[in-house]
Design a protein around this ligand. Sequence first.
Ligand code: GLA
Length: 405
Amino acid sequence: MSRSGRAGERRSGTPPGRGAGAAGVRERVEREFAERFGGAPTFVVRAPGRVNLIGEHTDYNDGFVLPIAIDREVRIALRPRGDGRVVLRSLDYDETLVLEPAAVRRTGAGWGEYVKGVAWALREAGLTAAGWEGVMAGDVPRGAGLSSSAAVELAALRAFAAAGGLPWRPLEMARLGQRVENAWIGVASGIMDQTVIAAGRAGHALLIDCRSLAIEPAPLPDGAAVVVLDTGTRRGLVGSAYNDRRRQCEAAARHFGVAALRDVALDGFRERAAGLDPVTHRRARHVVTENDRTLRAADAMRRGDVAGLGRLMDASHASLRDDFQVTNAALDAIVEIARAQPGCHGARMTGAGFGGCAVALVDADAAAAFVAEVGRRYAALTGLRAECYVCQAADGASVEKGPGA
Ligand code: GLA
């Protein structure tokens, strides 16, 4: 999640809601690389966006999440440089960033801060931030709750790792990406986005224990499609509302005398919640019940129980709307519309909330009609244009082209 919501912004190229497709983005970065730097890139790296199926606002409570990496991504074509500098052209912003990894300074907001933050975090961790020149482009919609900024962070980490010959340890890289978000950008986000973007598995969601970072891949049920429903609403400066929620959760954990709300079970919550003020009570109830739903959702996936998974997604949305209070009218409307369509098993907001995207679980053979009808009804009800599309679960960040790749 970005404070300004600007990373990954697309200014030109593909229309919003339609991915350029992996081939399209790769072709663009390679072509531009040849024009700008001459010759072919040594490496092409990629990092996907993500959609969370369930487990929202649980990661920073040491809890459980169940996201997928998606087939929208950020790509960088690059070649190592001998002078130690990084020169990076962003096609989406039509801007070039030049930096000395050993002397980065925060100069404002925008996509370049994520790359600078990565150079800083690598060096702070005692790792080499080698120089390289490259071209970056992507098709992850920005500020939509699909983690466009974490995709930029992980793509940049992948680029530095390739250029400097660093071993790629996904969970270590995920932690560095989170450090960029927390310490360089200033948003106290959890570890979900970076973990699934670093370690995602095609065709699977990842059940992530955000305390231990233990990961269990859970296969997407056969015959079911994951549909992203982008409401077209965006809320800038999500950071402050997000950080407020986080503080409320920490206050609730103190009330229960535990390290994090992950340590409060449903029974314990019922027995000991008296004494919490009404707002903190609601926030904690969301987290405690959402952890329980997420574990049950992973179980439903193991059993191939699409209907059960859908019901848990519906309950998650209600809890985010009523208890955690991070939906908006557009998200509530699109979720209601989605659920009323044939073949829809469940729908909920996804990501930090306050605007952006919902996600629905739909019978694959009903998905095309679902997408058309949700868009039509949403426009009729709200006057807004939704971008709805089926997405595939993709692999995490990788080197696509390079010596040995
Ligand atoms: C944003 C944050 C994540 C997570 C979600 C809410 O995406 O970056 O760490 O907290 O919100 O589940």
